[in-house]
Design a protein around this ligand. Structure first.
Ligand SMILES: CC(=O)N[C@H]1[C@@H](OP(=O)(O)OP(=O)(O)OC[C@H]2O[C@@H](n3ccc(=O)[nH]c3=O)[C@H](O)[C@@H]2O)O[C@H](CO)[C@@H](O)[C@@H]1O
Ligand SMILES: C=C(OP(=O)(O)O)C(=O)O
Length: 428
């Protein structure tokens, strides 16, 4: 086990290149199951969720190679091996194996997924979709059993706008007989990315990126090459860092349109943000105006950036209200930020932040992925040294975090935890 040591207070400057999108990669990799010949995806980020999914595809007979950029999956010898336990429980996105294996093999057994603990993460809409397509779905001792004699297209109205359910239903429906219509679908860029891959594989999908998606099932899908979209959440994290602790930060390999809500919020605070085709430049400013944040489905403010943005608000003047309408309990970073001198508290689905305050370095723990990002930014803003544990969460989503930050002038490195520190963490 390791900890990150962050020596705060260094002014950051320079440019950072954004990796491929985690939340696309974790759906694109399972989608390769649906093909009958090898699929290559370019720009796959080197993060632990990717490693786990690669291992899972190998468990079911896939041949997977990854050179740190391109991942090639040969799905030709895959079988519908049950995966009730083990690695499926370590990440949320293992639920995409349900849709993909159901689509290809008409059966699957997948343990209920893990991922960040953000409060309840139900999958009732995924199951409703699979059932509408003709699958029988049962939960037996914590594993979901899916079986179908054949999948038939259906009209499915999602009761809640869900990224996971939209993608999972799309994965199953591309090889169903006839037309599927998903109404009240989510519109996130990652959904368009998955639909683009599936279309290159031979699927017939219209409307991805709008709230009605039409899918005409096909009998077979073939291999192809697909280039992943840049990670808008990683980009947003560096934009927030740029506003919080840099003179000027250039964020390269980004699609600015994916971050309009974040750009607008930063500008509302008085941060200078410039965009061009595939870059964003953020200039930190002395005085920041306090703002309220409310997370919403895309194109609203992303829940995945709520936690890092809360850290930035500690520098702003006044009192702000942060509301997470997607995951109302996504506030485990607040207590840790308070250890660093932040003035904030949680009230129901909101956090109240008062600023400006000067953050102090402290020993803190990441409870989940974006809480980790929030604390890394806090550590870089703070006076003194911050020691961050819980790095297994951060490693799920940020490729080469320390390397990228050191490239901007940050003093940040990893150290092994002592036995005494490991014992303290295990007892806390
Ligand atoms: C809409 C949204 O912002 N989705 C985010 C969510 O995706 P993720 O795929 O985890 O969540 P969904 O988009 O599926 O869920 C959105 C909301 O619908 C609820 N729900 C979902 C499925 C279901 O069957 N039943 C149900 O009630 C969820 O509890 C949540 O409140 O977290 C990911 C990781 O943090 C983000 O990358 C996604 O952008
Ligand atoms: C919470 C996240 O990931 P996951 O849904 O995979 O747990 C995230 O990407 O912020």
């Amino acid at each position: 086990m390791e900890k990150l040591i962050i020596q705060g207070g260094m002014p950051l400057k320079g440019s950072v290149r954004i990796s491929g999108a985690k939340n696309s990669a974790v759906a694109l990799i399972p989608a390769t199951i649906l093909a009958e010949t090898p699929v290559t995806i370019g720009g796959i980020p080197g993060i632990s969720d990717v490693q786990l999914l690669g291992d899972l595809l190998e468990e079911i007979g896939g041949v997977v190679s990854y050179d740190g950029q391109d991942m090639t999956v040969d799905p030709s010898r895959m079988v519908s091996m049950p995966l009730p336990n083990g690695k499926v429980k370590k990440l949320r996105a293992s639920y995409y194996l349900m849709g993909a294996m159901l689509g290809r093999f008409k059966k699957a057994v997948i343990g209920l997924p893990g991922g960040c603990h953000l409060g309840p993460r139900p999958i009732d809409q995924h199951i409703k979709g699979f059932e509408a397509l003709g699958a029988r779905v049962t939960n037996e001792q914590g594993a979901i059993y899916l079986r179908a004699d054949e999948l038939r297209g259906a009209r499915i109205y999602l009761d809640v706008v869900s990224v996971g359910a939209t993608i999972n239903i799309m994965l199953a429906a591309v090889r169903a007989k006839g037309r599927t219509i998903i109404e009240n679908a989510a519109k996130e860029p990652e959904i368009i990315d998955v639909a683009t891959l599936l279309t290159s594989m031979g699927a017939r999908i219209k409307g991805a990126g709008t709230d009605v998606i039409r899918i005409d099932g096909v009998d077979t899908l073939k291999g192809c090459y697909h280039s992943i979209i840049p990670d808008r959440i990683e980009a947003g994290t560096y934009m927030i860092l740029g506003a919080a602790a840099s003179e000027e930060l250039l964020i390269d390999n980004v699609i600015p349109q994916h971050l309009e809500s974040v750009i607008a919020k930063l500008r509302e605070m008085g941060v200078q943000v410039e965009t061009n085709d595939d870059q964003i430049i953020v200039r930190g400013s002395g005085d920041l105006k306090m703002v309220d944040i409310k997370t919403l489905v895309y194109p609203g403010f992303p829940t995945d950036l709520q936690q890092p943005f809360t850290t930035l608000l500690t520098r702003a003047n006044g009192t702000g209200v942060v509301t997470d309408t997607i995951y109302g309990a996504r506030f485990k970073h607040i207590d840790e930020l308070r250890r660093m001198n932040a003035r904030m508290k949680v009230e129901g689905r909101t956090a109240i932040v008062a600023g400006p305050v000067e953050l102090n370095g402290a020993k803190v723990k990441a409870s989940d992925l974006r809480a980790g990002a929030a604390l890394v930014i806090a550590g870089l803003m703070a006076q003194g040294v911050t020691e961050l544990t819980g790095l297994e969460h951060v490693d799920r989503g940020y490729e080469e975090l320390e390397e990228k930050l050191r490239g901007l002038g940050a003093r940040i490195w990893r150290e092994k935890l002592t036995e005494q520190e490991i014992e303290q963490i295990q007892n806390s």
